[in-house]
Design a binder for this molecule. Structure first.
Ligand code: ADP
Length: 522
């Protein structure tokens, strides 16, 4: 039992206050005294207390009114009522209203000590039960993102806080991952700024801290209060911060809250580690299933494309020969042109199929990504309308990555062409290509103002043969090929889009993986 628990003794008789103050302090408790209810409430709002021992009959505010006020402002605090013989009935009423127990004056000190210990034990037990229930709720969700949402809600409830957020570490920065109780963007920004301010200190000490809360978002907001920043470590890695803030409650956070949160956080971290492992496993399974499917489709596609190419070459040759013969009517010429056009379309499809199934060793070289992107734009110039505005943010950087330039160019051209096609009916046509260098990776963004992609299509986008383009315009193999190429370079490709809001494709490539690119590209 914590012997340093804080206790407030409330009695209008000075003798009782002095006696209890002396006896309880000598047993290691932190004691404050008050001669009436309102003074005690003031003490409660500013300090770290776990128990109140109060007389039942006092001037100004009687024991029952005081009890009601304590339970409504600080429900976790236990209250023991002291009563004279004539007021036992009042004391029983107090118990019905949430007091832990009562003791009759004149009391035996040993009896009072036992009562104090038991009440503090019960308080601790209640906190533990609440935490156990909370941990069960956290463990009940197994998706990482759902779990974060449960964690912030429960943390705020457990700590009687106004809001709680999870800020995840991303590179050298923090990013907002989940929040509860935060309506405005300004408030989110303030939470992020507070986390970023204390991040170096917390990462170094690996311990939670209590600090002044974030600046209020507006002058109309309540005064700033306290916050707890709890680091979330998995193994040696700092995953993020749990930030809990009280803005409207008068009572600031105390060390007991810090202790409770750190116990809860150890459970949270375990649950997050499980969810992360599960997510990684699922991703791996999807990738493996995808690899199997792609490989089977690839083999079949190669065979079909190969078989079709021979007759197509025959048709093409014969049609070209016919075109050169004399005496053709205009109608015949038009028909032959139509045949040639359709054969070219078929050739285009078979070429795509061959590329999709091609297995060759990548030809690795030191690649200047900015130059490769410029070249890809130049090669796409015939597709580019006059009215498409190109915005390039390709900062010159001495860094080179080891990659297969031909393959990467193929990816870039595919993304540029898709973007151009998606903007064909857009009132504003803007294609932005940005290169962001990070210490271990480089990100390439292709942002367009095109038609956007509905949610239900996004999951299928990178699957072979998914296309929304009219027959003859698309084979649905482009993005699937792009993803294979990027994956084989040890990178990833992702899409963010909404109908009408344009699309961003982001490629992430490692800056130093000379070996990963050496695997054959399917
Ligand atoms: P294809 O271009 O042959 O259809 P892709 O695999 O390159 O094959 O693209 C698949 C589908 O993804 C396209 O048909 C289109 O619906 C969608 N798509 C790709 N890029 C974009 C984009 N920038 N904006 C909107 N839709 C896109």
């Amino acid at each position: 039992m914590p012997q340093d628990a804080g206790i407030i003794v409330v009695d209008d008789e000075r003798g009782i206050r002095d006696l209890l103050s002396y006896e309880l302090s000598s047993r290691g408790y932190r004691i404050a005294t008050a001669s009436n209810g309102s003074e005690a409430l003031r003490l409660l709002s500013g300090g770290d207390f776990q128990l109140v021992i109060s007389d039942v009959r006092m001037p100004k505010m009687d024991g029952l009114a005081f009890l009601e006020a304590v339970k409504s402002t600080t429900p976790n605090i236990e209250v023991i009522i002291m009563t004279g013989f004539a007021t036992v009935e009042l004391a029983v009423d107090a118990m019905k209203n949430g007091a832990y127990d009562f003791i009759q004056k004149p009391f035996n000190l040993d009896e009072l000590m036992i009562l104090i210990e038991k009440s503090l034990e019960r308080r601790e037990l209640k906190a533990l039960v609440a935490m156990y229930e909370a941990s069960r709720a956290v463990f009940a969700s197994d998706r990482f993102e759902d779990m974060l949402q449960v964690i912030v809600r429960i943390t705020a409830e457990l700590l009687k806080a106004d809001d709680a957020s999870v800020l995840m570490v991303r590179g050298a920065d923090l990013e907002f991952s989940a929040s509860w109780g935060l309506a405005s963007e300004d408030n989110r920004r303030a939470r992020l700024a507070l986390g970023a301010l204390h991040l170096p200190d917390i990462s170094a000490r690996r311990e939670a801290i209590i600090c002044p809360g974030p600046e209020p978002a507006s002058t109309a907001s309540p005064a700033r209060q306290t916050a707890i920043l709890q680091p979330l470590h998995i193994g040696g890695e700092l995953l993020g911060l749990l930030e809990v803030v009280r803005t409207s409650r008068a009572e600031p956070f105390h060390n007991s809250d810090l202790h409770n949160l750190s116990v809860f956080a150890s459970q949270v971290v375990q649950a997050l580690a499980n969810a992360r492992a599960l997510r990684n496993l699922e991703q791996l399974q999807t990738q493996m299933a995808q690899a199997d499917r792609s490989s089977a489709i690839g083999t079949m596609a190669a065979a079909v494309a190969h078989e079709l190419n021979n007759p197509l070459t025959g048709i093409l040759g014969s049609a070209q020969l016919l075109m050169e013969s004399h005496g053709l009517t205009q109608v015949q010429r038009d028909d032959l042109n139509c045949i040639l056009e359709q054969v070219h379309r078929c050739r285009h499809i078979t070429e795509d199929l061959m590329r999709f199934s091609e297995r060759r060793e990548p030809k690795l070289a030191e690649v200047d990504l900015a130059e490769l992107l410029n070249m890809s734009l130049r090669l796409s110039r015939f597709d580019l309308d006059q009215d498409i505005e190109i915005i390039k943010e390709l900062p010159s950087d001495p860094r080179r990555i080891r990659a297969d330039p031909m393959r990467l160019k193929q990816v870039f051209i595919n993304l540029i062409r898709n973007a151009i096609q998606a903007m064909s009916h857009s009132p504003v046509k803007k294609l932005e290509i940005r290169l962001d260098w990070h210490p271990e990776s480089v990100h390439i963004h292709f942002r367009d103002t095109g038609c956007g992609i509905p949610k239900e299509h996004q999951a299928r986008l990178f699957k072979p043969f998914f296309t929304t383009k009219e027959a003859g315009k698309g084979t649905g193999l482009g993005l699937s090929i792009c993803r294979n190429i990027i994956n084989r370079h040890g990178g990833s490709i992702a899409v963010e889009s909404a109908p009408g809001a344009g699309t961003v494709f982001t490629i992430e490539l490692p800056t130093n993986s000379p070996d990963k690119g050496a695997a054959p590209i399917p």
